[in-house]
Ligand binder design. Structure first.
Ligand code: 13P
Length: 262
C-alpha cells in the first residue's frame, strides 16, 4: 500500500454536542502531539454531527491542529425547498475534507439505496470534498457466504459514472453490518478478503488499475486499539472508520497511532 496514507476516521454518529466536541478534539490533538504523531504515517479525521462542524473548524484552523474533519451525510440537492437537508456547498464552505455517504445506518433507517449513495458521492466530489462511501453486507448474506459478490455489486452501483481520477481519490469503507456496534469484529482475514476483492474489481472491471491503486479502502466495525494493528497489517486495508471507540480521544489516538506498534 506504498503511497496510500492510512485514513483513521472517527464517525461520532449522533454523539457529542458542539461543547463536548471542543473538549474531545482538544484532547485528541494534545494526545497525538504528546505521542509524536506523524501525519505521513496516518491521517486523523473526525466525522461529526452537522451542529459541531463550525466549532471543530474554528478549533482546527485556529490552533492549526493536524486533524481533518467532515460530515456524516449530505443532500443530493444543490439548494432549495428541502427542509432539514444540508448541501455539499454548505459543507465545503465549512472546509470539510470528507463526507460519509451511504452509511449502513442511513441505508437502514432512511432507505438510502445504492443509487442515492452514488448521487451523494457525485455531489461531494463536485464540491471538491472526498466522499467516504460505505458498503457492507448484513449477517444473512455473510452466513450464506455471499459477502464478496454482494459487496462488489454495491461497489459497482455506488461508483457508477465516476471517472478513474475521481475513484483514485475517494475512500471506500467496508463495514460489515453485523460487526457495527456489536463488539463482533471481522477477523483481519475477513477484512482483507472483501477489501482485496474490492480493489481487484475496481482494477479489472471498473475504473482500472490506477484508480484501484489510489483509492483508499477502510475497514469499519468494532475497531479498537486492541485489534487495529492486526487489521492494518492486511495489504488492502488502508485505514478504519471507527464508531464507538472514536468518542474516547485517548482510545482514538491509540488507533490513529497504530503504526507505532505495527
Ligand atoms: O459504523 C461504524 C463506523 O462508521 C462502526 O461503528 P463501531 O466502531 O461502533 O462498531
Amino acid at each position: 500500500m506504498a503511497d496510500r496514507i492510512p485514513l483513521m476516521a472517527g464517525n461520532w454518529k449522533m454523539n457529542l454536542n458542539h461543547v463536548e466536541a471542543t473538549g474531545v478534539v482538544q484532547k485528541l490533538a494534545w494526545t497525538l502531539s504528546d505521542k509524536r504523531y506523524d501525519k505521513a504515517k496516518a491521517e486523523a479525521a473526525v466525522i461529526v454531527p452537522f451542529t459541531d462542524l463550525r466549532t471543530v473548524q474554528t478549533l482546527v484552523e485556529g490552533d492549526k491542529l493536524p486533524i481533518a474533519y467532515g460530515a456524516q451525510d449530505v443532500s443530493v440537492h444543490a439548494s432549495g425547498a428541502y427542509t432539514g437537508e444540508v448541501s455539499a456547498d454548505m459543507l465545503a464552505k465549512l472546509k470539510c475534507a470528507y463526507v460519509v455517504v451511504g452509511h449502513s445506518e442511513r441505508r437502514e433507517y432512511h432507505g438510502e439505496s445504492d443509487e442515492i449513495v452514488n448521487d451523494k458521492a457525485k455531489v461531494v466530489l463536485a464540491a471538491g470534498m472526498t466522499p467516504i462511501i460505505c458498503v457492507g453486507e448484513k449477517l444473512e448474506i455473510r452466513k450464506e457466504g455471499r459477502q464478496v459478490p454482494f459487496v462488489l455489486d454495491q461497489v459497482q452501483k455506488v461508483l457508477a459514472d465516476l471517472t478513474p481520477e475521481q475513484v483514485a481519490k475517494l475512500v471506500i469503507a467496508y463495514e460489515p453490518v453485523w460487526a457495527i456496534g456489536t463488539g463482533e469484529v471481522a477477523t483481519p482475514e475477513d477484512a482483507q478478503e472483501v477489501c482485496g476483492a474490492i480493489r481487484r474489481y475496481i482494477a479489472e472491471e471498473l475504473q482500472g488499475a490506477d484508480a484501484a491503486a489510489g483509492c483508499r479502502i477502510q475497514y469499519g466495525g468494532s475497531v479498537k486499539s486492541s485489534n487495529i494493528v492486526d487489521i492494518m497489517a492486511q495489504a488492502d486495508v488502508d485505514g478504519a472508520l471507527v464508531g464507538g471507540a472514536s468518542l474516547d480521544p485517548e482510545e482514538f489516538a491509540k488507533i490513529v497511532l497504530f503504526y507505532q506498534h505495527a
